[in-house]
Write a protein that binds this ligand. Sequence first.
Ligand SMILES: [Fe+2]
Length: 292
Amino acid sequence: MSDGKIVAGFVAPHPPHLVYAENAPQNEPRSQGGWEPLRWAYEKARKSVEELKPDVLLVHSPHWMTLVGHHFLGVPHLRGKSVDPIFPNLFRYRFDMNVDVELAEECCAEARQAGLTAKMMRNPNFRVDYGTITTLHMIRPQWDIPVVGISANSSPYYLSTEAGVDQMERLGTATRRAIEKSGKRAVLLCSNTFSHYHFHEEPEIPEDMSCEHPQSYKGYKWDMRMIELMRRGEIREVMRLFPEWVEEAFAEVKSGAFPWMISAMQYPSIPAELHGYGTVIGTGNAVMEWRP
Ligand SMILES: [Fe+2]
C-alpha cells in the first residue's frame, strides 16, 4: 500500500488540569470545572478530527523521556493507571488504548534508516505517561482511533537545542515516510506547552480561575509572537527563532515534538489555525491546527 498522508497536525498541550476540569470518567479526582477557554479550543480540535476521520493518531510526548534513542509504543493493547507525579491530586487516569504497532514499527525502521537510534517498546505492563494520555484524551476522548506513541529522546537537553532539533527533524521526515508507505490517513499531535514559566504554588481550589494568568510577561510575549508567525504561515521564521524562543520563554517545545511535527509536514507555509490559547498554572498553552 502507498499514498498514505498526514491529514493534519495539531499543537495539543497536555496540562492534566484539562482532563481534571472536564471530569473525564477515566480520571479519579473531581473538579468544579476551570480552564474553559482551553477546553473549548480542544472542542474545536475534536470537531476537526471527527471531520478528518484519520486512521491513526501519532503523538510525541515530552513526558516519555528516553535517554538512548527514540522509542515507539510497540504493544497492541495497553491499559493501566497513569498518575501525574507533579499533580497526583488532579490526574489518576485509567487508560485503555489500541496501538498501531505496524505503523510504529515502520516509523522505527525509517528512523534507523535515517541514522537515528530507535527502538520498539515491548513491555506489556508499560505505564503510559500523562503527556501522551492527556493529549490523546483531549483530542479524541472516545479512544476509538489507534495510536502511535513516540518518546522524547533527551538529546536537546544532553547535547544542545540545535543538535536535538536536528534529530527531531530527521525523526519527522522518517515518520512522514512511514505514513506515506502505510497508505493511512494520519494526524500528528505535538504534545507541548509553549512558555513554561509556572507558579510554584497551587491555589487551595486548583480550578480557582481568579489565580490563573501568565506567570511571565516575557514568556507571554514570546508565545504571541510565535503564534502570530504561525498564523501567518511563516514557519521558517518560527524555526529560525526556535532556539531563542526555547531559551527565553523556557518553552517546553524544546523537548522536540514541535520540530518533529513541523518537519514531518515539510515546513508548511499555510497559515495555522489557532483554536485557542490559555494559561495553566501560568504556562502558555495553544491549541493549533495545520492542514497541509
Ligand atoms: Fe509537560
